[in-house]
Design a protein around this ligand. Sequence first.
Ligand SMILES: [Zn+2]
Length: 114
Amino acid sequence: MIEFLTQTTPTARKKHICDLCDGEINVGEKYERQSGMVDGDFFETKAHSSCMEICRRYCRDIGESEFVTECVIDWLRDRICDDCETREECPHRTPFTCTRVYELTTSKEETDHD
Ligand SMILES: [Zn+2]
């Protein structure tokens, strides 16, 4: 359970590694930083805004406020990668770095509940 959570969007003053895609967050780039306490443990996450946006979609889709990166990746593979034409020669280590995944995930508006 999340006991507290603070979320900021600082501009990187040095290089960081995105906790979601393992890619670099470049100097001068805005990124999202979340820190808080879960089950008594302090955590801090730094991630690209685009990677975090995908996770927000995941949370909205499954109706949870928390996510585990591996579960988001499975969800993306099920929903998008499995139907992808270039699945056999996919150059991406993780679906987070794929623009197609990002576009399909973030452009799909939920229509079934509102
Ligand atoms: Zn990232």
